[in-house]
Design a protein around this ligand. Structure first.
Ligand code: SF4
Length: 286
């Protein structure tokens, strides 16, 4: 396949690149309007989003957005390969946001890299939500969901981590450096609103972080935990459950097919798309 060429895995097979923009636009216009009467179609929303960031229409992007939209409508899986400069993020985020808002569903966007997660959360989704809000009637709500060990665990902070036998063998200078980082983490624990490790600047060593975080397996469960109601990981999951678009990673999606027990998607079977950069978009079937 060539850059800018989107392919849907269906009886229709692959499609040539000639005339793709016009046809894709037609596809977008004709691809289902259930529950979205009166709202702009995907092509229209994409045009709004592109104009908002000062960009120009790109045929490959229009084609990809139409393919994603049609995959959502038909429930078919979709694999897309598109080159740099296609504008792939908007091509899947626009139909995803439209579907989430019109169907009151949660769409899960799963990425292979933290860098892409950050790009989506810090740049693409805030812009998109602001741009599409007026056209959709409200701004799409988005959230990021990470594995539990990425959030500070208040129970571990208060109760202390089990002793790590390996630490005994460490150079005392290393231990004291780790100790200072752990001390800083305890101070941060009293201030942070999210407990998200990525918000701690500068960061700390893995060894220090392990003193204040737990894996899903190590968590004693929010029901039993005395800090369950204040737990950062649980709050992140709750937020994800209320969001229209949830950004997560493949590992978490693999262990939790709907990217978290709180998402609306959990209740229904989902479908997904995958792009060349490793971003996947999943949505619940109707
Ligand atoms: S519920 Fe689990 S992750 Fe949250 S504070 Fe309690 S033990 Fe830690």
């Amino acid at each position: 396949m060539h850059p800018g060429h989107a392919q849907r895995r269906s009886a229709a097979g692959s499609r040539g690149s000639s005339g793709t923009a016009d046809r894709a636009a037609d596809d977008a216009h004709s691809a289902g309007d259930g529950g979205s009467a009166g709202l702009p179609d995907v092509a229209g929303l994409l045009a709004i989003a592109v104009a908002d960031i000062g960009g120009a229409e790109r045929p490959g992007q229009v084609q990809m957005a139409a393919a994603v939209q049609r995959a959502i409508e038909t429930g078919e899986h979709l694999a897309v390969q598109a080159g740099t400069g296609t504008g792939k993020s908007l091509a899947y985020l626009v139909p995803a946001a439209r579907h989430a808002v019109t169907e009151q569903a949660t769409v899960v966007v799963s990425t292979a890299t933290i860098a892409l997660q950050r790009q989506l959360i810090d740049r693409d989704l805030p812009r998109l939500a602001a741009a599409l809000g007026p056209a959709l009637g409200r701004a799409p709500v988005f959230a990021i969901l990470k594995g539990r060990r990425n959030y500070l665990c208040l129970h571990r902070v208060k109760s202390g981590a089990p002793e790590d036998p390996a630490e005994v063998l460490f150079d005392p200078r290393t231990v004291s450096a780790t100790g200072r980082q752990v001390e800083r983490l305890h101070e941060w624990a009293a201030k942070t609103a999210t407990g998200d490790r990525d918000e701690l600047v500068p960061g700390v060593s893995e060894q220090a972080w392990r003193q204040v975080a737990v894996t899903a397996r190590e968590c004693i469960g929010a029901q039993r935990c005395p800090f369950g109601s204040r737990c950062f990981a649980e709050h992140a999951r709750d937020e994800a459950g209320r969001a229209d678009v949830v950004v997560t990673n493949h590992a978490l999606l693999a262990t939790r097919p709907s990217a978290g027990s709180g998402t609306r998607a959990r209740r229904r079977r989902g479908y997904s798309t995958r792009s060349r950069t490793g971003a996947s978009t999943s949505w619940p079937s109707r």
